[in-house]
Design a protein around this ligand. Structure first.
Ligand code: HEC
Ligand code: HEC
Ligand code: HEC
Ligand code: HEC
Ligand code: HEC
Length: 193
């Protein structure tokens, strides 16, 4: 395990581009063709890694095909410890107008509109979680590693039809290895209080 982390992190230090390639390859098993997001239905989601969500919201369409910035939706990632899951307002800015081009997309977008009309926020299933005794400040990482650092820890989300955990983030060895590699504090009280 330790060796694998170190090998991975060696690659991070060597070429960031290499890591992006690696992480996209690591998740290729569930990728649609490189020509663009495939037509998928929510029933396909059970064959993908990661939890099934109440709406089949696709990062490979929004962040991939449409090239939306991560921070358009996860707007607090650079300023707070929590990146934030977007409010329905953020979605409806487009989806009051965008209804979807095929019946699958229309049906999923309709679920969003129904939730909006009923005033019930969508209950997204949380995927990444560190233990309660651990403090993880996103903003410090984004500040030091840049706005495109997400892939270091989350893999190539822009190609995922359904988000899954590429790294087990609730793992002290993983945190410590990168902190060692980048000469960042390993003081217990930085992460635990
Ligand atoms: C159009 C809005 C939107 C954009 C753009 C977007 N996301 Fe998301 N993201 C969401 C929503 C909604 C969820 C919750 C549902 C899900 O997990 O798919 C989410 C979930 C996630 C999660 C899982 C959170 C958890 O529960 O642990 C990660 C990681 C993530 N996004 C990273 C990214 C990255 C990296 C980018 C840019 C490449 C990005 N997102 C772009 C809306 C967006
Ligand atoms: C900047 C505009 C924009 C924003 C913001 C946006 N979308 Fe979309 N969304 C689109 C477009 C364009 C499509 C493609 C529609 C098509 O061609 O069928 C789409 C497709 C979809 C689809 C069908 C494809 C899929 O992903 O399964 C769903 C569901 C969806 N959006 C949900 C959401 C949710 C939930 C949010 C907020 C977290 C959101 N969208 C935010 C523009 C947007
Ligand atoms: C150094 C590793 C690292 C980087 C870089 C990173 N994340 Fe995370 N991310 C994590 C960890 C660890 C968690 C779990 C945090 C927790 O449970 O408090 C997480 C959780 C999340 C969540 C779910 C938390 C929530 O509020 O629901 C989202 C969304 C997310 N990250 C998006 C992003 C985006 C977008 C970027 C890039 C702008 C990014 N992350 C960069 C490690 C990272
Ligand atoms: C991919 C590399 C990487 C990973 C993985 C990583 N970190 Fe970091 N961490 C950094 C960098 C770079 C900084 C920024 C140091 C700075 O601000 O100069 C940092 C800073 C921090 C800080 C602020 C330290 C201070 O000086 O106060 C905390 C707390 C922290 N990380 C916790 C974590 C935890 C908890 C995890 C695992 C869940 C983790 N980190 C995983 C690279 C990483
Ligand atoms: C860079 C962040 C970071 C630093 C520094 C750090 N830890 Fe941790 N620690 C974590 C994370 C993440 C977990 C959660 C993983 C888990 O619970 O198994 C954890 C878990 C633990 C646990 C609980 C293990 C369990 O089985 O529940 C103990 C005890 C612990 N750390 C002690 C320490 C001590 C002592 C130090 C200083 C020598 C330290 N940690 C430094 C991130 C860190």
């Amino acid at each position: 395990m330790r060796k694998r982390f170190l090998v991975g992190l060696g690659a991070v230090a060597a070429v960031t581009v290499g890591v992006l390639t690696l992480s996209s390859r690591a998740s290729d098993a569930q990728q649609p063709a490189a020509t663009g997001p495939a037509a998928l239905t929510p029933s396909d989601s059970s064959s993908y890694k990661g939890p099934k969500q109440p709406i089949f919201f696709r990062h490979d369409i929004h962040a991939g095909q449409l090239k939306m910035e991560c921070q358009y939706c996860h707007y607090s990632v650079a300023v707070s410890s929590e990146p934030g899951i977007p409010s329905m307002q953020t979605c409806m800015g487009c989806h009051l107008a965008v209804a979807g081009k095929d019946s699958t997309n229309r049906a999923e977008i309709q679920k969003l509109k129904d939730a909006w009309n009923e005033g019930k926020p969508v209950e997204w299933v949380r995927i990444h979680n560190v233990a309660r005794h651990v403090h993880f400040p996103h903003q410090r990482h984004i500040k030091a590693m840049g706005p495109n650092a997400c892939a270091n820890c989350h893999g190539n989300v822009a190609r995922m039809p359904q988000v899954f955990q590429v790294q087990n983030v609730n793992n002290m060895g993983w945190c410590i290895n990168c902190h060692l590699e980048r000469n960042v504090t390993r003081d217990c009280t930085a992460c635990h209080y």
